[in-house]
Design a protein. Structure first.
Length: 367
């Protein structure tokens, strides 16, 4: 696969490493590729004995099969242990009601998906405590926020390695490194702040009044109406749970307005997460088993494109920009939720560059 891609700008370029992965590659082959790329990033050479090395990833919701597999963790954890450092897996609880809304249930889902110590060589430590309320305030100079709330343990990591599964997303268009940092390591207060700009509505013609949206709404914002269920905008937290579980596609967001706001807030939270850690940050994006929905989907979503490979960088904006560019170059844009108005992931990239999270200017280095 020949991919020669450079940004047209005089600004300094971030290095993004890329290695292709063949369709149907085994979990062990993917793990070896992931480690090879991580070891090319300069911060890896700085890991030393007794360092706490956090490995952030998504364990997948119940029945999800697209998430990054435990084998990628095991090989990486072994390499970190060889340096006498201390690797561990980190996650946070979800804002919405479900199997991952507290540490106990979330860790049990992780075990079911193979993320046991025996298979990964690393313990799981929930960064935001039992119920997701353990948080630390971080000052930033953002457009939407001057202070954001991240999971409290983040401040104590010596190194942060994020393994990101590139997918579509119902609100942000694409979920990758910026989402795994900004949403994935935000405490409950941070997640709530990011979603507060996304307000859904219910289409009366499509609603069959089954009540699933009301059952799963974490804010109690949905109630029965005469023709359809209705959403109380004063109570709605914009988490997207209702659109995710509606089988009739009756719940919709105003994509033009809310997607941009949520993406910008997400980038700002990512900036807070990596505050003071920019030189100890390592990231990989897996463009493998790419699905329309993110790994929060509690079902076995099919691929929407063929597998491409893995990218690595220390810059989350450059990494996500390169990932989007590669997907577009090879397959076009596969995450069109509404044909008349596809979600635009450029909002998070452009805002991320503007606030200093990273740069969209990159050099792609094939390995």
């Amino acid at each position: 696969m020949e991919l020669i891609m450079k940004s047209n700008s005089n600004k300094p370029m971030a290095k993004v490493y890329f290695k292709s992965v063949k369709q149907g590659a085994t979990a062990s082959e993917i793990a070896a590729c992931n480690l090879e790329l991580i070891m090319k990033l300069e911060p890896f050479s700085k890991i030393k004995a007794k360092d706490f090395v956090a490995i952030k990833m998504h364990f997948g919701d119940i029945n999800n099969i697209g998430h990054i597999k435990p084998e990628s963790v095991k090989l990486l954890a072994d390499a970190i242990k060889a340096k006498k450092a201390r690797p561990f897996l980190v996650e946070t609880s979800t804002l919405y009601v479900g199997e991952r809304s507290n540490a106990y249930d979330h860790i049990n889902i992780a075990y079911k998906h193979g993320f046991t110590y025996e298979k990964t060589g690393a313990p799981i430590i929930m960064a935001d405590g039992l119920l997701g309320h353990s948080q630390t305030a971080v000052k930033i100079n953002g457009k939407h926020s001057k202070e954001i709330f991240v999971a409290s343990d983040v401040a104590h990591y010596d190194f942060l390695i994020c393994l990101n599964h590139v997918t579509g997303h119902m609100i942000t268009g694409v979920g990758a490194a910026i989402k795994n940092l900004g949403m994935g390591l935000a405490a409950r207060g941070g997640k709530l702040s990011q979603h507060s700009g996304a307000l859904p509505s219910i289409n009366e013609k499509k609603c069959v009044k089954c009540g699933r949206c009301q059952m799963f709404c974490p804010a109690g914002a949905i109630s029965p109406g005469e023709a359809a269920f209705k959403i109380d905008s004063a109570k709605c937290i914009g988490c997207g749970e209702c659109i995710a579980i509606c089988k009739k596609e009756a719940v919709k967001f105003s994509w033009k307005q809310t997607s941009k706001i949520v993406q910008e807030k997400m980038a700002e939270h990512a900036l807070g997460v990596i505050s003071g850690k920019s030189e100890h940050l390592l990231l990989t994006n897996h463009i493998i088993h790419v699905t329309k929905e993110c790994d929060c989907a509690a079902e076995a979503d099919p691929r929407v494109i063929d597998d491409i490979g893995i990218l690595a960088s220390t810059d989350p904006v450059a990494l996500d920009k390169a990932s989007v560019d590669i997907v577009k170059k090879i397959h076009g844009y596969p995450f069109d939720y509404e044909s008349k108005n596809p979600l635009n992931p450029m909002f998070q990239l452009e805002h991320g560059q503007k606030i200093g999270l990273g740069t969209m200017n990159y050099e792609l280095i094939e390995v």
